[in-house]
Design a protein around this ligand. Structure first.
Ligand code: PCA
Length: 189
């Protein structure tokens, strides 16, 4: 079994993205399974395309995509991805989306098939702040999550999106540990 973890490049003028910092600190093997890493651009469509390419090439069983949600105080595994793009800020290619579907022919939303509550329990047991989030928003993280879950039928992986808090709330070591615990719970499920 292999695991693919993704993080994002910086956006909105920031110098780093804590999601990639955390993904880089996850061990190379989790519960004996190889970990692959992929850095994604904060660009609508392009990030989703690169993720699909990596899934096709690596055929991982578990994929956990990570991004930062600077206003949150806990690691937040995301229940659902919605078929919608809408954000105040442009993506890193300068594109602003103010309410449009990702896929006009797609369903309204997808939900993760991974045991999200068991994952949250595992992270909380490690005393890392962690809480369920019902929606990954409507910016590029949601775009990637929608692509990740919509590709499950074709490639057979199970996926999850995890938002990590902005710097200062949870250290990158704790965020990495939370991601590793989510992955470990996933491979054991
Ligand atoms: N967070 C943004 C996009 C990239 C990232 O790390 C989001 O929540 O959509």
């Amino acid at each position: 079994m292999s695991i693919l973890l993704t993080g994002f490049e910086p956006f909105d003028g920031a110098g780093v993205n804590p999601s990639w910092e955390a993904v880089c600190r996850v061990p190379d093997r989790i519960a004996g399974h190889e970990v692959h890493r992929l850095l994604l651009p904060v660009v609508y469509g392009e990030a989703a395309g690169l993720l699909r390419e990596a899934i096709e090439r690596l055929r991982p069983e578990i994929v956990i995509c990570c991004g930062v949600a600077g206003d949150r105080k806990a690691v937040t595994p995301e229940l659902a991805a919605i078929n919608y793009r809408c954000a105040r800020i442009p993506d890193n290619a300068g594109r602003v989306c103010r309410g449009e579907p990702i896929d006009p022919d797609g369903p309204a939303a997808f939900m993760t098939r991974l045991p999200i509550h068991a994952m949250i329990d595992a992270v909380q047991t490690a005393e890392i702040p962690c809480a369920l989030s019902l929606s990954a928003g409507a910016y590029v993280c949601n775009d990637v999550y929608f692509a990740l879950l919509s590709a499950e039928e074709e490639y057979g992986h199970r996926g999850l999106f995890v938002h990590v808090p902005g710097a200062g709330t949870v250290s990158s070591e704790e965020a990495a540990r939370a991601i590793a615990l989510c992955a470990e719970t996933a491979v054991n499920s």
